[in-house]
Design a protein around this ligand. Structure first.
Ligand SMILES: C=C(O[C@@H]1C=C(C(=O)O)C=C[C@H]1O)C(=O)O
Length: 289
């Protein structure tokens, strides 16, 4: 009777060393190709180093391929570090984070999502984060996901803003909050980027109303225009009437013809409408759904 010899620990470690060498060589090859991507972006005048829609597509493809005992969330974390490094190699990349009143959760989420080597600055409130992004000292801002009627809601500041101002561009965490501390575990990122769909997105609209409208009526008007309301998560009382935040299923860009239909059907009831941005639906939600 023959039996296969138990693998020798030294042999196994030699195989791990060879795999590590291979992984590192592949990362170096990836760096060469990213250099060519950056040159191609410059040559075609294509916007910016940072492309959150593309990053979401990369993550979804890898998540679909992923199997075995190595944790999905850890795999995502590794690739977040890789992609952020490759974004930084293409140009300046810095993150402004709302960090106040003992709320470290957003800082943890931002660091996990944008990478441990990306410069991050804390800002006491959302206004300062938006100012850092609009002023160009930060590429990206991280803010709590807009919800409820809380005082200090930041999303109303984006109403009526020009297309080149800070807009919502992603939602984090993309996979898992991991060991992020305490509260603030649902965040959005804002940036001055032309938004682009990732293929599985949601969008935020701010609706400035002349007078309160029941949720059912807002949903009916939206549906008639071809828009599906995912949620109506927040409202504020503005001087000229209520402003509602609407989260829409799918991607809505500034020139989406459905917005014209919504404006037309709503008539005087709608004083203003702003696309606040869109985000790629996180893996955690799309896999559960
Ligand atoms: C390489 C690119 O630039 C950035 C880095 C990415 C990556 O490392 O995969 C993906 C998107 C961009 O944020 C790209 O646009 O493809």
């Amino acid at each position: 009777m023959t039996s296969a010899a138990a693998p020798n620990l030294d042999d196994l470690r030699r195989r791990i060393d060879a795999i590590d060498d291979g992984l590192l060589d592949l990362i170096h090859q990836r760096a060469t190709i990213v250099g060519a991507v950056a040159a191609a972006k410059r040559a075609t005048g294509s916007a910016g180093a940072f492309r959150p829609g593309r990053e979401a597509q990369v993550m979804r493809r890898l998540a679909a391929r992923h199997h075995g005992p190595f944790g999905l969330a850890t795999m995502v974390r590794l690739w977040r570090e890789i992609m952020c490094e490759f974004t930084r190699l293409q140009g300046p990349f810095a993150v402004a984070v709302q960090f106040a009143d003992g709320r470290p959760g957003l800082w943890d989420l931002a660091r996990d999502h944008f990478g441990a080597e990306t410069p991050m600055t804390p800002h006491g409130d959302a206004r300062a984060v938006l100012a850092a992004v609009d002023g160009g000292s930060a590429t990206v801002g991280v803010l709590p996901t807009p919800a409820g009627t809380a005082d200090g809601a930041w999303w109303p500041q984006l109403r009526g803003a020009a297309a080149d101002r800070a807009r919502i561009i992603s939602r984090l965490p993309f996979a898992s909050p991991g060991s992020a501390r305490g509260d603030g575990l649902d965040a959005v990122a804002v940036a001055r980027l032309p938004s682009e769909p990732s293929g599985d997105d949601r969008s935020f609209l701010a609706l400035d109303l002349a007078a309160p409208l029941p949720d059912a009526e807002i949903s009916r008007l939206a549906a008639a225009a071809g828009l599906s309301i995912h949620a109506l998560p927040a409202v504020i009382d503005a001087p000229d009437g209520p402003a509602r935040l609407a989260e829409i299923d799918g991607y809505v860009g500034d020139d989406d013809p459905r917005l014209g239909r919504l404006r037309e059907d709503a008539g005087q009831r709608l004083r203003g409408l702003t696309v606040l941005g869109a985000y790629a639906i996180p893996l955690s939600e799309s896999r559960a759904g």
